[in-house]
Design a protein around this ligand. Sequence first.
Ligand SMILES: Cc1cc2nc3c(=O)[nH]c(=O)nc-3n(C[C@H](O)[C@H](O)[C@H](O)COP(=O)(O)OP(=O)(O)OC[C@H]3O[C@@H](n4cnc5c(N)ncnc54)[C@H](O)[C@@H]3O)c2cc1C
Length: 447
Amino acid sequence: MDEKNKKIKKPRGVARLISGKCIACGGRCEATCPKGCIKMEDNGEPIIETKDCIGCGKCVKICPSEAIEMYLTPEELELLKQWEAQKAAGGKVEEAEELTEEEAAILAKISAYKGVWVYVEHTGGQAATVSWELLGVGAELAKTLGVELCAVVIGDNVEHLCKEAFYYGASKAYLVDDPVFHNYRTESYYKSVCYLVEKYKPEILLTGATGLGRDVAGAVATRLLTGLTADCTGLAIDDKRFLLQTRPAFGGNIMATIVTERTRPQMSTVRPHVMPMPERDATLSGEIIRESSPVREEDILTKVLEVIDDRREGADAIDVAAAEVIVSGGRGMLNEENFGILQELADELGGVVGCSRAAVEAGFMPLERQVGQTGKTVRPKIYIACAISGAIQHLVGMQDSDVIIAINRDRSAAIFEVATYGIVGDVFKVVPFITSRLKELRCKKAS
Ligand SMILES: Cc1cc2nc3c(=O)[nH]c(=O)nc-3n(C[C@H](O)[C@H](O)[C@H](O)COP(=O)(O)OP(=O)(O)OC[C@H]3O[C@@H](n4cnc5c(N)ncnc54)[C@H](O)[C@@H]3O)c2cc1C
């Protein structure tokens, strides 16, 4: 936004005491200040901490001897000049509307929350990499806000995860380590997160949009009566310190930016591979804040009798999201057998085969291989899109790949808009040609 179009808000001013007028009424101004920035001296007169004053004017109104007035600081006077000039020039300006009781109370409540927290998800002490990705974006948010980046680690024998969180940028870790957390159960985990949030009051809490992350985040947000934006693809801070949470909406056709204005913490989930992985620096360290478990085994209704590993064997065991090279096929592959040519190319490149939703719906490929909004989000080094048109719901799942190669016979296909290299041609000719050329090069290199 250029300077001229930037909306200037009219400054409200801050409160100050008029010397000699206070009648020491008993601290009405102190009691009414929503930000707690008025303290009474021994002689019954107030000291007003202007640094935290929001200019709501409540103390001015309640003072029985008109001993408090609003005044503009030099910075605010300068802002007022700009405001008046912009208004005179017909530019955008915002009036300094008076805060209602309710608004002032909300402002006072939310300003008590500070810091960016990342929930460190793990299975049996092994961290989900999405947690480290979140520490990467969390560090940027914390830097913009000028606050601490902290990790939340809950589990049984999981102190090592605090250290790992420091290597990825956290400066503090809240640790609740107890046998009651040996297996994940919604009740024990969400109650512990709520306990920590209520005690330490973070302004932002990020969790991975995985099965476990979604489960715990949903329960925490419900209990704390705060907002939760699921599957965010972008996170940033605005000039009012609100977290801007961007995610696809209406079937992925628009991107919506959501703000949690009235409650804290602001909660978001982010899918794995949406945010880049930060550098791991094993020289970094931080402070561990240990808390004893706020839940007891006898208070938890759910008991874990047995853990059954449902990880599949064979083709379905392939994790598209973790692959460095993906050769993906769309509806234009026509049938399941034709995906064989994509498998050959993937084998040659040491990669895996992915697909579009249309290919899943046509029964060419299993759901586990689907890339996109309702499939996996991927960020490989190379993504080769074969006979995929490039619908927005597919693009949101792969557009952050390092190199995108698109093969499509329709030169106006949307996939070319995100492609690093585009090949206009018949996939059944282009793909086998590339594969045989790669084989040739490999044989030449070996001989
Ligand atoms: C709520 C919602 C969620 C969705 N989630 C996802 C998702 O997660 N992932 C996803 O992929 N989609 C998703 N979709 C569907 C998405 O909108 C598209 O319908 C889908 O991506 C299209 O798949 P496609 O590109 O394979 O097929 P098509 O759009 O039919 O494109 C086929 C392409 O193949 C090309 N082609 C055909 N034959 C050849 C050939 N011989 N050689 C070269 N090119 C050829 C054509 O030119 C065409 O561009 C979602 C939709 C909705 C509404």
